[in-house]
Design a protein around this ligand. Sequence first.
Ligand code: GLA
Length: 388
Amino acid sequence: MNLIQLHEQFFERYGNQEDKPRVFFAPGRVNLIGEHTDYNGGFVLPCAIQYGTYLLIRAATDNVVRFTSANFEFSSEISLSNMNQKVDRQWVNYPLGIFDQFAQLNIPVCGFDLFYSGDIPNSAGLSSSASIEMVTAYALTVMMNATQLEMIDLIKLSQRAENEFVGVNCGIMDMFAIGMGKKDHALFLNCHTLEYKQVALLLEGFSLIIGNTNKQRGLADSKYNERVAECQLAVASLSQRQEISKLGEISFMQFYKIQEEIQDELIRRRARHVISENQRVLNSVASLLKGDILLFGALMNASHESLRDNYEVTGFELDTLVAEARKINGVVGSRMTGAGFGGCTVSLVRNNIVEEFIEKAGKEYQMKTGLKADFYIAEVSDGVYEIK
Ligand code: GLA
């Protein structure tokens, strides 16, 4: 949908063509490596992509906030005094959580007419929810001239909205990538200290291809929270030997020496994934800085194996799409990306075989799973901004 159509849709819903809305955009993200490490205080390497969420916003004349979307039927009108209650349809809770955070920070807001339109596939692990949260937080900051809020504050309050209001104990990676993303760069983030570097993605001759398995991620949120809890159990066991508060605090060598403290074999595997994945992120950054694409691809492959065998968040569809991708000559790495349990893969593919890749991997995947995959060539893009 182009900007003219978005404006038309806004006026269809809210009228008064004289008073124009302002337009904001927040991207989605794809994580290159560093999966399920963020809430463990570890390292991640995501980047913002060209798909995202548009928000058209205009101050209302009353104290009511109206939410509509081009993607979902359900809309909502909520008076400012009732903004701290969840509604029974998912998507409105993402922006509502942001209004709730503004209230908790005592930042005044007025009534608004809001119209959202997104082109990120939903529930695919490309952070459509964080994109809605960040575009709302950024737009409210600009509209209310809340200059005390910096980008890092918007990132943190969006994460709190998701944790406290929506009820998913996610880490900070998605919001961070959406807030701080930079064209043609990946974000190397230490989720414990929040120090970060923008690492140039010099993928000369290669493309990043996102493959959507189109497998519905049923119960994904509860399984995600289960993994968060399992990591906390691992921390408690390891702390008997060495006091830690997050798994990200220890290196793989240290873990190797004290891993027997974790009696439960399953919990030990969960910890092994997180701690080895941290090391893979460090090695990935080093390989990208040297332009060693083949090594980076091998690390992506190893990440998938660990997510499959140790963390157990892949499943038949993700494993199949990854396996089919890797059979094709010219694919140097392929892994699941995001929370898992369905959703997307990301593959590093030589430019001259992109079409062949999409056709072959798609065909084999469909034969084996009965599902049709969608493919997108990722363009690494800037973080949230206003379209002027
Ligand atoms: C989801 C969460 C992130 C992160 C990933 C897994 O996308 O929102 O915070 O934990 O899963 O790496």
